[in-house]
Design a protein around this ligand. Sequence first.
Ligand code: GDP
Ligand code: GDP
Length: 439
Amino acid sequence: MPPLLAIVGRPNVGKSTLFNRLIGKRLAIIAKEAGTTRDRIYQDFDLNGLEATLVDTGGLEYGKQENIESDIQSQAKIAIKEADLIIFVIDSMQELTVDDFQAADILRRAKKPVLLAANKCDREVDYEHFNIYELGFGEPIKVSAIHKLGIDELKNEAMASLEKAGFKESEKKSSLTEKHNTINLCFLGRPNVGKSSLVNKLLGEDKVIVSDKGGTTRDATDTKVEVDEKTYNLIDTAGIRRRGKIGKGVEYFSVLRGFSAIERSDIVALIIDGEEGVNKQDAHIASYILEADKGLMLVVNKWDLKEKGDEEQRKFLRSLQQKLPFLPWAPVIFVSAKTGRNATQIFKLAQEIFKERQRQIDNEEIQTYIEKITLKHLPTGTNNKRPKIMDIKQTNINPPTFKVKASNAGYIHFSYKRYLENKIREKYGFLGTPIKLIF
Ligand code: GDP
Ligand code: GDP
């Protein structure tokens, strides 16, 4: 039986958000207000190579003020009964409340391992609970479920705690994502950049349309197409609205549908309007794709409207580097849906990225390489703690994921992680795909 991890805490501290962050998907719909009823959701996930199950206890009914106490109790009781490890979430942006302390009381008496997670630590200064130790769980792990901060550390602590309880990482190769042959290729971008035009161009007469199950959702259409004996599922989406505008109702759900389109894709083609140039909205969408760990190519469309010549392209590339500096590994392609210029190169590029995402590096080889790299440039630490890298191995594909074993791993500086990633890319490439390093 895989270990069960339960997320517990009073309403609105960010349990669902954290749940989604840990499993790496957007399953639970995040409620904007406390008191929204949700079902309890179980989800299997990969905890640093260990197969585990996560349960979001946010599904229990809150709502009526007089029931809060008993609700927290029943929630905690279920967690206590079933869980092997409890993640107790508090909101670092607010003072601790009676409910926090009550939940803490119950959890303390349970004698199950508990990790205290202070969520919403979006910035260093957000965390300032003077009375946090009164909860009885010591120093909290600072996380921001939204901004993806401290998540690796939380996972590491969870792993360490479960290992202490006798759970072991599953060594079998099958824990790697199963390989599949159809490439799910999603076309994303703000409205009017030419997504539909491009998809239509790619579905031109020389292509065999295998199946068409359009209308899955109102604004994302799946069409299967075969090109050069390779099958693609083209996912056409409506533009994702700007982050700041995400509100209730239709707009909010059209955004979620955008997410589900990202979720079921292997590679996203982010379409950019070559005439208008890159803007903030493009950067927002790119960051969503990055968060989802999907493959990515940047497709600059409407290039027929620009002057021909390399200088124009170089200028555009420079502006891409400036406005999307977090994507140095994403390939760029200049196309025109109108004339069809370069459009089919999108398939070739998708093949290439797909291959890179499925790549498995020999563990001994990368181990030797990283030993050399870290000897040349020792990890820098913080607070006089000097981390030491002991071991690296690939634990997954699609996206390529590496587990790095290190002493004092929590003290490895962000810039050093970046350095390791760059070095791995220098040798192995991984064009068009994020790679994950789990410390
Ligand atoms: P739950 O009731 O505990 O499941 O909480 P939710 O996951 O529904 O989140 C409640 C609210 O807190 C939502 O508006 C989230 O967007 C917000 N939230 C969750 N995590 C963070 C975070 O890391 N930082 C900030 N600033 N807000 C967050
Ligand atoms: P979507 O909202 O992203 O699906 O964009 P559409 O495919 O509906 O295209 C928006 C507008 O841009 C339409 O008027 C298209 O004719 C135009 N358009 C799309 N691709 C190109 C292109 O490559 N060149 C030019 N000149 N216009 C284009």
